[in-house]
Design a protein around this ligand. Structure first.
Ligand code: NAP
Length: 301
């Protein structure tokens, strides 16, 4: 029923992201109720066909599916009334009971997501935690990746509606998973970008501009990405035979990168960090194994 193409939906929080989310639901034909602390932000959405809820309680009761997208989890609790904090008396709601499916797309940690799931459950709400891996202008296109975690049947019930926002995925029952995937994705993004910047800085010293290096860098990054499934198999098995190269061979190449960076007057912090991790793994006796054995270093506090 709720998964029909035009199921009603409520969006609470109309910042840059909340406006984009509500706009995408409207565009897909969903009757959309909106609410924001600063009511003026609802105006463009109302002009596009949204209903502005007069109170927060009205917003929470308006639809079987309610998306919350605020600055952070403190704002969510402050607004919805947790830990003894009562909401604004001008927007009364029954803080003990929330009769909707809440999907919290506010960014936060896995721990915050798990706490929020328990908090929502105590109030009778069905709850999914989510993470948006997109910018507002991408919302409503397939490029917008939106991750969800929590009870699978809750996701299944609303999957078609959520599909208006982008490419939506359910990761598992643990509500913290969406946040963890989110930060894992950030780790990948910054590591790739930093590696690219390292090479770009080195080549700039030889007069090669960034645009000339970029296609080569892209090819290398794509090639390395192709190694991931095989390397993941080694990690899952806990066995790291050196089929391509031994870690000590990699470590010698790392030394070369450090020396070249220093010689060219380029920042060598990143290569030194990478080498330090490899050195620790080699000292622990893993020099003859393959690169993913470094997972043991990454798995430590
Ligand atoms: P934003 O433009 O700063 O909007 C913040 C929203 O939170 C506004 O609706 C604001 O209401 C509301 N808010 C803050 N504190 C509140 C409180 N105590 N009570 C009630 N409402 C409160 O931020 P945003 O860009 O929309 O981001 C929202 C969430 O999406 C964040 O968790 C962010 O990390 C995540 N996200 C954003 C992007 C992006 O590119 N923008 C990408 C991925 C994820 P007022 O309008 O009344 O101030």
């Amino acid at each position: 029923m709720n998964n029909t193409p035009h199921a009603p939906v409520t969006v609470i929080g109309l910042g840059l992201m909340g406006q984009a989310l509500a706009g995408a639901f409207l565009k897909a034909g969903h009757p959309t109720t909106v609410w924001n602390r600063t009511p003026a932000k609802a105006a463009p959405l109302v002009a596009a066909g949204a209903r502005s809820a007069p109170t927060l309680g009205d917003a929470l009761g308006a639809s079987p599916l309610t998306i919350v997208c605020l600055t952070d989890y403190d704002a969510v609790y402050e607004l919805l009334g947790a830990n003894g904090v009562e909401p604004d008396p001008t927007t009364p709601i029954d803080t003990n009971r929330i009769d909707t499916t809440l999907i919290n797309l506010t960014s936060g940690s896995a721990g915050q997501a798990r706490e929020a799931a328990e908090w929502a459950e105590r109030r009778g709400a069905r709850y999914l935690d989510g993470a948006i891996m997109a910018i507002p202008s991408g919302i409503g296109t397939a490029e917008a990746v939106i991750l969800h975690s929590g009870p699978e049947q809750v996701f299944a019930e609303h999957e078609a509606t959520l599909g208006a926002l982008g490419t939506v995925t359910h990761l598992g029952a643990d509500p913290g998973l969406a946040s963890l995937y989110d930060v894992a994705g950030l780790a990948m993004m910054w590591s790739v970008l930093n590696a690219w910047l390292q090479g770009t800085a080195l080549l700039a010293k030889a007069g090669v501009d960034a645009a000339t290096y970029a296609p080569f860098a892209r090819q290398i990054a794509a090639g390395v990405a192709d190694w991931l499934p095989g390397y993941a198999e080694q990690i899952d098995k806990g066995s790291f035979p050196a089929e391509v190269a031994a870690l000590e061979t990699d470590a010698r190449a790392m030394e070369h990168l450090i020396e070249e960076s220093e010689a060219m007057g380029v920042n060598a912090e990143l290569p030194r960090l990478i080498k330090a991790m490899a050195d620790r793994a080699i000292a622990a006796g893993h020099g003859g194994e393959q690169y993913p054995v470094l997972i043991e270093e990454f798995g430590k506090p």
